[in-house]
Design a protein. Structure first.
Length: 95
């Protein structure tokens, strides 16, 4: 599975989340996996909301352009990104 997939009209981003971290951070690992550390706890959807907000801010997208499509209660999650391309996402994450 590719970490960043271009679909018809949107991008699908697969990430691994670490809730209750000491700081918010996005780390692109050497194997190509994207790991996101969040200070929010995993209870009541707080980490999911923080994840969408952090990804939107990092990629310069509106909060409504980022939605969680899989992994609501798991560490491995898939996000739908509207209004961007795979190349733009990779450029923003690696800079």
């Amino acid at each position: 599975m590719d970490t960043v997939e271009q679909k018809d009209g949107y991008v699908l981003l697969h990430v691994r989340v670490q809730p209750k971290a000491s700081r918010n951070a996005i780390v692109c690992e050497s194997e190509g996996r994207i790991r996101i550390a969040l200070t929010a706890p995993p209870s009541e959807g707080a980490a999911n909301r923080a994840l969408c907000a952090l990804v939107a801010k990092t990629l310069g997208l509106s909060k409504s352009a980022v939605s969680l499509v899989a992994g609501h209660k798991a560490r491995d999650k898939s996000l739908r990104l509207d209004g961007t391309t795979r190349a733009a996402v990779l450029r923003q994450l690696t800079s």
